[in-house]
Design a protein around this ligand. Structure first.
Ligand code: SF4
Length: 310
């Protein structure tokens, strides 16, 4: 754990390890997803709307190179100029193609000047031996971060959100990533329908057992024009959405139950207001939410792992 903070952020860990900030630049490489193309389903996860998460410079109409160069320019205008970049294969399932095609796409990204590596987001059921072998090979030379969607550890929830795979697939994917010594981040959503606060807190113990390096946490946000918005309007009693102060307190309790070596990628998500139905946290940015969480850790004089149970 970081000497000055009650948890360690993945970004701080990477900065220290690679001697500088690694700025993620998202690309849309034109993938689809087995939960949309009919292999596992056609409707997609009920909360899914990739447009809500895609930066403006991302478009599969453009080459990877063009998206990355525009992304670097976009970040340079807004933030301190970074020296090293990670190309973030973000929307849909970024390992869902044959391995030769994947190799071409990832190589195109890795050839761009200033690119230190790739970050690849995918579903557990799109992660197999060949993909793991490809990523492990790249990881010998470049930074490779694999991001696997867990979303929930409960079968009934995975069915309810039409995830199209079970938790056993998730466990299998994490085991394979660990066997290949890949650096892996799990993505977990806090507050899915039908999950009460006590169940979510208990899930921390299940997450602790997954062999992952980092965890990305999102509060449930209902995105407009999704199947989940419809379900939310029809059955609001199934949804216990978090107001901001409650979430800040809850996430500290959740972190207390996580193993202390689990790096934190994010504590909360950020959907652009135009896409968001609920909850309404106002025009607050993630860095402000993070400051509130940090303050709450201090007020409660606690730290990640403080009440961890096996
Ligand atoms: S796996 Fe991802 S891209 Fe596919 S439907 Fe679910 S959220 Fe959407």
């Amino acid at each position: 754990m970081n000497k000055h903070k009650p948890y360690t952020l993945l970004s701080d860990y990477l900065r220290e390890k690679y001697g500088g900030r690694l700025q993620k630049v998202s690309v849309d490489a034109g993938f689809t997803c087995p939960n949309r193309d009919g292999s596992a389903g056609t409707e997609g996860c009920t909360y899914c709307d990739n447009a809500a998460f895609n930066p403006s410079y991302c478009s599969p109409e453009k080459s990877i190179r063009q998206q990355v160069l525009e992304g670097i320019e976009f970040h340079a205008r807004r933030y301190r100029r970074a020296q090293q970049f990670l190309v973030y294969f973000q929307p849909y399932s970024n390992t869902y193609d044959d391995v030769a095609k994947l190799e071409l796409l990832y190589s195109e990204a890795l050839r761009i000047e200033g690119v230190a590596g790739i970050s690849v987001s995918t579903r557990p059921d799109c992660f197999n031996e060949q993909v793991a072998g490809l990523l492990a090979g790249i990881a010998k030379e470049k930074v490779v971060l694999l991001e696997l969607g867990i979303e929930s550890v409960r079968g009934k929830t995975l069915e309810r959100i039409n995830r199209g795979h079970d938790f056993a697939s998730t466990e299998k994917a994490f085991a394979l990533a660990a066997e290949k010594k890949l650096f892996v981040t799990g993505h977990y959503i806090i507050g899915l329908p039908g999950e009460c606060r006590e169940e979510i807190l208990a899930d921390a113990a299940v997450l602790n057992r997954l062999p992952m390096n980092a965890l990305k946490l999102h509060q449930l946000q209902i995105v407009r024009n999704t199947a989940m918005e419809k379900d939310f309007l029809e059955r609001p009693e199934d949804y216990e959405l978090f107001e901001l102060p409650e979430y800040v307190d809850f996430i500290v309790s959740f972190a207390e139950r996580l193993r202390s070596d689990l790096l934190i990628d994010r504590f909360a998500g950020e959907v652009p207001p135009a896409f968001l139905r609920a909850p309404d946290w106002g025009l607050i940015r993630y860095d402000q939410v993070l400051k509130m969480i940090e303050k709450k850790f201090a007020e409660r004089n606690t730290y990640q792992g403080a009440t961890r149970m096996i």
